[in-house]
Design a protein around this ligand. Sequence first.
Ligand SMILES: *Cc1c(COP(=O)(O)O)cnc(C)c1O
Length: 345
Amino acid sequence: MGMIDLRSDTVTKPTPAMREAMAHAEVGDDVYGEDPTVNRLEAMAADLLGKEAGLFVPTGVMGNQLAIRLHTQTGDEVIVEGTAHIIRYEGGSASSLSGVQVNCVPGERGILSPEAVQAAIRPRDIHNPPTTLLCLEQTHNVGGGSVYPLATLERVVEVGRRHGLALHLDGARLFNAVIKTGVSAKDHARLFDTVSFCLSKGLGAPVGSIIVSDRERVSRLRRLRKVFGGGMRQVGILASAGIYALEHHIQRLAEDHANAKRLAQLLSAIPGVAVDVDATVTNIVLFKIPGAKNTTDILLRRCREAGVLFNAVGDRAFRLVTHLDVTAADVEEAGKKFSAVFAAA
Ligand SMILES: *Cc1c(COP(=O)(O)O)cnc(C)c1O
């Protein structure tokens, strides 16, 4: 058995059937709006989320950053949860590309309460930056794949609406939430002005994200995508992978969730390992070995030598992510390797 790669759901490789679809994609120059496969993917995504239009972008970061630029003016304030991808993993681009300041509001495993959002909105006063945008994340990455229940999402969004904020959903893993809860992508998207999601994570495409909204906003986003250097040409080759992913890889996310739950259970049986099995609800497992004698780096190296790759998220704190290229058998195998390495942690 080769290396079991639990670093991220971005490590998936296109399946033979996906490559086949890519090889036969019809293409044209997408900057001229002439790539039929891109047009089909954008229409399909808009339809799936119940919005008027969609835009294919190279990365999830670009999707979020286009939304921030669209919804704000320089000097505005954007509310995000304190460990959001937008603040932690996007290179400071909200400030450098859009000149906004980000107000990081603490959440519980990444989930914001309506009260916390309410308290973070600045009163209209010349001293204060205008709060103009609220960005939420579903599922929440640093929160360990946590999911906003629909009722909470509705209450948080309602606070934003009442104060006239624009609303963006960073739905990089939106379909993990959809499969977990049965709340449709449309029922999520109707709450927001813009929604982005990744094709290149659990859905298994090699590249790409989508941002959806109404027609007028998407035409502005299309211009901004060009401004940010994201206008692409015969990119139907990549869009065809996205179409294939939407047609074949959504339902199977349930397998990733079952595999993550099983990993959490296997870890919880190892003395010294702290993991919240109940909180492991989608495809991300967070765990700690607080009393380990060995450093984080040594633990990672021993696991790598045993054939399991994953990332640290803090001191003796780790993250596992399940995906298309991890089987139930891999999970059992990884569990055995964890027992061997962590027993001597
Ligand atoms: C992965 C991810 C993104 C996008 O990241 P890219 O590396 O640009 O694909 C955005 N938001 C969240 C929550 C993510 O996990």
